[in-house]
Design a binder for this molecule. Structure first.
Ligand code: ADP
Length: 210
């Protein structure tokens, strides 16, 4: 298994790059998608969330009321810490399980992790960062994802800076241009990725936080 870390700020085009890599044969392990799966109706994680934040978080259909949870943690830093303590380890366990399934293969496995710069990982074969100027990210989030400009800027301000992300990159993909230019760069990254050494045996383990 060749193990790539893929990251980028919100609106950078990380999901687009991930899809382009998948079309070349990469196996994608997507932290956000796993988070959504683990919080789907019937998942045990919902019981834990309801125990901490109240049963009213789960609606009649058994789904998590994300808006209610967001407003609780937005107003209360302790609640946010607790939420992270519940959700992050569960995501990490599931990501590790999916990686282990791939360990003996020759696949290029891509860990799609929005907050990789904030939460470093050891043992990756390489790290790819998708980079755009903040104004470009904001205008794409407004145009294609229906966000307000203020919301887009507030979300970007909460994440690592471009410099912080670029500092962990082996390859930087500049997505300030057309989609065709993005595709060309992804092809180059793919050609680089397939030459990388396999991931270390302890790959993917989180660096213990002090
Ligand atoms: P992220 O996953 O980093 O938040 P996305 O891949 O969802 O970002 O990209 C944000 C939006 O911008 C999407 O609607 C995507 O289709 C669009 N997009 C991505 N790259 C480009 C590009 N080079 N030119 C125009 N639109 C783009």
């Amino acid at each position: 298994m060749i193990l790539l870390g893929l990251t980028g700020g919100i609106g950078s085009g990380k999901s687009t790059v991930s899809a382009l890599l998948a079309s070349r044969g990469a196996v994608i392990i997507d932290a956000d998608a796993i988070a959504r799966e683990l919080q789907a109706p019937g998942q045990p994680l919902l019981v834990t969330l309801a125990e901490r934040f109240g049963a009213s978080l789960i609606d009649e259909s058994g789904a998590l009321d994300r808006a209610a949870l967001a407003s609780i943690v937005f107003a209360d830093p302790e609640a946010l810490k607790d939420l992270n303590k519940i959700v992050h380890p569960a995501i990490a366990v599931e990501m590790d399980r999916r990686m282990k399934e791939q360990r003996e293969t020759d696949n290029v496995v891509v860990l799609d992790i929005p907050l990789l710069a904030e939460n470093p990982r050891t043992g990756l074969s390489g790290v790819v960062v998708v980079d755009v100027p903040v104004d470009v990210a904001v205008s794409r989030l407004v145009e294609f994802r229906g966000m307000t400009e203020d919301d887009a800027r507030a979300r970007i301000a909460k994440q690592a800076t471009r410099d912080e992300r670029r500092a962990i990159a082996d390859q930087v993909i500049d997505n300030s241009g057309e989609l065709s230019a993005l595709s060309d760069q992804v092809e180059a990254v793919w050609q680089w990725a397939v030459t990388l050494p396999p991931a270390a045996d302890d790959a993917g383990n989180r660096v213990p936080t002090p």
